[in-house]
Design a binder for this molecule. Structure first.
Ligand SMILES: NC(=O)c1ccc[n+]([C@@H]2O[C@H](COP(=O)([O-])OP(=O)(O)OC[C@H]3O[C@@H](n4cnc5c(N)ncnc54)[C@H](OP(=O)(O)O)[C@@H]3O)[C@@H](O)[C@H]2O)c1
Length: 303
């Protein structure tokens, strides 16, 4: 039996980061939502009961997130905002300037969690700026995204302040077990992007997921999200549809049995991830050119 909205918010499982701050285990991601639609989506998500919003400089929708928060009427202190520094803003001083721009766009005095989005460019300079921003109270926690295996260890070993969160592609088909054992050494929490495998890979028709969903009167998406949340993995599903936002959020209340978890854990590796190798030359070139190609502010200047 699923709880009503106010009970949801009260009982929303929180996870504690190594510096003692708490964040919700289930949040709302805004990748591929344009700036104009983003305010409506974020305000809907907050009305559903989400209290964690995941954006990034390279989603070009930080203003929309800020507007959605204002429109929702939910106090800023109740909301946890995650943001990410893009490659073109990397390096000492540059990253800090970009954080200041993000604060303006989000219309807020602080960002709850700031990540380095990709392991390219001057990541060490960026991380130094994240540490400074943390000391200055501009951000409350810092971490990484898409730093896998050796890249994560290298960065973590070079800094006193260990990353508090690693965001990486994680779902029933790609469970990141090797990554998780590395994170455990540093006390870093895993935050799953593409927790629904981006709506691809037959997640909603998979035999095991659908069998558990039917038996438990849940949807396949709820089963896939509960599988992560039950393991203490933070998940940030994206949907532009309010009814799906609600459906996804209810996964936070689902306790899967050991037998159900065991069946789902066997799906690991059964489908290819969206990104299997961040060092693949074409992907690297695409990411390095991403801002020049897709940033609407740069396009306006060029016009
Ligand atoms: N750090 C990174 O490099 C990185 C990369 C990718 C994503 N992210 C973050 O992670 C978030 C989530 O990842 P994602 O957006 O790539 O993929 P996702 O959340 O796994 O999947 C989103 C897709 O699933 C559909 N969907 C959502 N709920 C559904 C439901 N209950 N039933 C059926 N379909 C449903 C959505 O469609 P509708 O919108 O039409 O409902 C959308 O097409 C992003 O928004 C972003 O914040 C980070």
């Amino acid at each position: 039996m699923l709880l009503n909205l106010s009970e949801h918010i009260k009982s929303m499982n929180n996870i504690k980061l190594i510096n003692g701050i708490s964040m919700p285990t289930l949040g709302y991601g805004v990748f591929q939502i344009d700036n104009d639609s983003c305010a409506r989506c974020v305000s809907d998500a907050l009305a559903c009961g989400y209290r964690l919003i995941d954006t990034a400089q390279a989603y070009y929708n930080e203003e929309g997130v800020g507007k959605g928060i204002k429109q929702s009427g939910v106090p800023r202190s109740e909301i946890f905002i995650t943001d990410k520094v893009w490659i073109s803003n990397a390096g000492d001083g540059h990253a800090m300037q970009s954080i200041e721009r993000s604060l303006k766009k989000l219309d807020t005095d602080y960002i709850d969690l700031m990540l380095i989005h990709q392991a390219f460019g001057d990541c060490y300079g960026t991380y130094r700026d994240l540490e400074k921003a943390l000391q200055q109270g501009k951000v409350r926690a810092i971490g990484l995204s898409n730093f896998l295996g050796g890249r994560f260890i290298d960065l973590a070993e070079h800094f006193e302040q260990k990353p508090m969160v690693l965001q990486a592609e994680t779902n029933v088909f790609h469970q990141q077990r090797a990554v998780r054992s590395i994170l455990d050494e540093y006390g870093t929490k895993l935050m799953a992007w593409a927790p629904l495998a981006q709506g691809l890979k037959d997640l909603y028709s998979n035999e095991v997921i659908c069998d558990i969903a039917n038996t438990r009167h849940l949807s396949p998406a709820q089963v896939a999200l509960a599988f992560l949340v039950c393991q203490g993995i933070i998940a940030i599903p994206k949907s532009s549809h309010r009814e799906r936002m609600e459906e996804n959020l209810q996964a936070v209340e689902v306790n899967l049995s050991a037998a159900e978890m065991d069946r789902l854990s066997k799906l690991d590796g059964s489908k290819a991830p969206a990104v299997s190798d961040f060092n693949e030359p074409n992907l690297t070139r695409f990411l390095l050119n991403y801002d020049a190609k897709f940033n609407p502010e740069r396009q306006q200047k060029a016009d």
